[in-house]
Every structure is written in structure tokens, then in C-alpha cells.
Design a protein around this ligand. Structure first.
Ligand code: ADP
Length: 188
């Protein structure tokens, strides 16, 4: 049973590595960004509410995410095999919510992994991805906003999980496979 939180700035490679690690550990990959993008695409009520914030590079309101996370962590695959949370929590209020939720449902997170990549490499990677994936939030202006939002709201979680004693830092500025290898060694 493995339960992990993935921290890291936009462009750090969180999504890619979380997916690979979830596969190799046989656990659920829960990406709030992917879930929200699917909701936007389906034009659901949630998607319609989330969209303008996402397009601007802002976080969507916490209230849109909390029920979704509670529901997802209670699903059979997550309960029986474990999970990787990719993109949640993204601010201190979400981290506090998650701590309470896990206590409520009798689960415990093993590690919070901070995938670290220097700022100038992040911009380079994100602009490069923009031309490949065509995500509407990958324009230079929105990328810069997402990085500021990360520094202001998400980076404080590094200290939060350090204090909880479950933080591990991994250098994400290496070959993709090397990072995967390092992550596997950390969790297996
Ligand atoms: P990134 O590549 O920036 O890490 P994600 O794919 O994880 O992006 O998320 C894309 C967007 O979805 C974010 O910029 C934000 O608007 C929204 N989002 C995802 N997760 C959360 C969350 N936990 N809280 C608030 N907004 C979120």
C-alpha cells in the first residue's frame, strides 16, 4: 500500500512521473488538472465554473475540489491499492482539508514528494510543451502567472510537509528515466 502526494511547480514533470510511478506501483493516479480538464471538455457544471480560473492560470476555488477529492479517495481502487495525488493539495487550506479527510476515512499519506526544477528551466519546458499539447493555459503570460501562483500558494506546502516529517525532495532537472528511477527507489 502506497499513498503519495506529489508537489512541484508547473513544468516540473509531476504529471508524467506520477503516471509512470502509479503504473509501476499499481496504484491510482489522481490528477486534479486532468479531472478538471475533462470536466471543462464535457461542459459540466463544475467544468463551466472552473474554466475561467484555469484559463487565467489561477487556482479554481477550493470548494470545487473538496467533494471531488473526498469521492475519489473513497473509490474502491484508491482504498484497496493506494494512490498518488498529483496537483492536490495546492494551498495550505487544501492540505489541512486533506489531513482531516484522511483521518476521517482512516487513511495515512506515506510521503510528500517535491519534484524540484529551477525556475528558468520550468518556463523553457512549459513553452516547449505549449507547442506540442496545445493546452489553453500554456501561453507565456499564463505560464508566468501559474509560476507566481505556485510560489505564493503551493510552495509553502514544502514546509508544511517538512513539519509533518513526510517530505522528500527529488531533483527533477535530469533525464526523465533517471528521475523515474530515483522516485521508484524512494517509494519501493
Ligand atoms: P500544472 O501543469 O500547472 O501543474 P495542472 O494540470 O496540475 O497544471 O492543473 C491545471 C490547472 O487546473 C491549474 O492551473 C488550476 O487552475 C487548476 N487546478 C488543478 N488542481 C487544482 C487544485 N488542487 N486547486 C485549485 N486549482 C487546481
Amino acid at each position: 500500500m502506497t499513498r503519495l502526494i506529489f508537489l512541484g511547480a508547473p513544468g516540473a514533470g509531476k504529471g508524467t512521473q506520477a503516471q509512470l510511478l502509479a503504473q509501476s506501483c499499481g496504484i491510482a493516479h489522481i490528477s486534479t488538472g486532468d479531472i478538471l480538464r475533462a470536466e471543462v471538455k464535457a461542459q459540466s457544471e463544475l467544468g463551466l465554473k472552473a474554466r475561467s480560473n484555469m484559463d487565467k492560470g489561477e487556482l479554481v476555488p477550493d470548494s470545487l475540489l473538496l467533494d471531488m477529492i473526498r469521492g475519489r479517495l473513497s473509490q474502491a481502487d484508491a482504498v484497496s491499492a493506494g494512490w498518488i495525488l498529483d496537483g492536490f493539495p495546492r494551498n495550505v487550506a487544501q492540505a489541512e482539508f486533506l489531513d482531516r479527510l484522511l483521518t476521517d476515512i482512516g487513511q495515512k499519506c506515506d510521503l510528500a514528494i517535491d519534484l524540484h526544477v529551477p525556475q528558468e528551466r520550468l518556463v523553457e519546458r512549459l513553452l516547449n510543451r505549449a507547442t506540442i499539447q496545445n493546452r489553453p493555459d500554456d501561453t507565456e503570460e499564463v505560464i508566468r502567472r501559474r509560476l507566481v501562483v505556485y510560489e505564493e500558494q503551493t510552495a509553502p506546502l514544502i514546509d508544511y510537509y517538512q513539519l509533518e516529517g513526510i517530505l522528500r525532495s527529488v531533483d527533477g532537472d535530469r533525464e526523465l528515466a533517471e528521475v523515474t528511477h530515483h522516485l521508484e527507489a524512494l517509494v519501493k
